[in-house]
Design a protein. Sequence first.
Length: 318
Amino acid sequence: MHRIAALVRPPQSTFELACVAQVFGIERPGLPTRYAFGVCAERPGPVATHAGYDMLVTDGLDALDRADTVVVPGWLPAEDPPSPAVVRALRRAHARGARVVSICSGAFALAHAGLLDGREATTHWALADDLAARFPRVRVDPGVLYVDHGDVATSAGAGAGFDLCVHLLRGDQGAGYAAHVARTMVMPPHREGGQLQYSAPPHPAQIDGTLAPLLEWATRRLGEPLTIETLAAHAGVSARTLARRFADQLGTSPGQWLLAQRIATARDLLESSDLPLEAVARRAGLSSATNLRRRFLNTLGTTPGAYRRAFRAEPRPA
């Protein structure tokens, strides 16, 4: 059982805390329970929230010493530094191997603890300049949804907390488990961390140019040799215009989007089938087992075989 501890402080943002609780703290029919979720505070007792009510927190900072993942779901006001006791507890958790995660303004607490020094990190776009000014050793990226270093992860504001939590869930339990959880929350498809926090204003000629029909058409044909030119031709626009629409609406390029869909399809096939790697690669549109292995190593840091062994839905028959 993976233990998750959310560290809260008054006044606590209920939405950021709910991101963590909804993903990791709820038992769902049809899924094995893999997480034990709890909330702690520096001073146990009633903790005020921004929603106008208090919540009762019974665990103190010692809960961080037992956690496998520590989450700071917001830290407001952001200019208030954590106490020395909180800083020591965060550093101690990280030093013994716990994963430390922040949502939105929670990045300020991690920065005060020195856990973001020399690393890329993100926070809500409205707080990014302040984070960069206060902590010059942190490489703040104000545009992305989240940044995951494995041992430390940060997310942008509010809804991006869901994206980061589902991303962590995929890494822990596999794509199938995470997809089930996302469906129960009626969440949109998984968003990669490198997508923009917010879209740029659309070009006037593109206001009616939604990508939804094209994305649906392409996802049904991932096994085919799709190219940017193929997508542009189907959409009836130039490749340059299509690239602009992807950047405006999705914060990514057509090629990056296609690759992300193909890797997601390969992950699902590796978890749910006994297909050979060559067949998985062809169905996902990755051409060959060699290319599949290269893409997995570059994107996920593991091999398709190791991924299948870790996340196979059912054990292979003897």
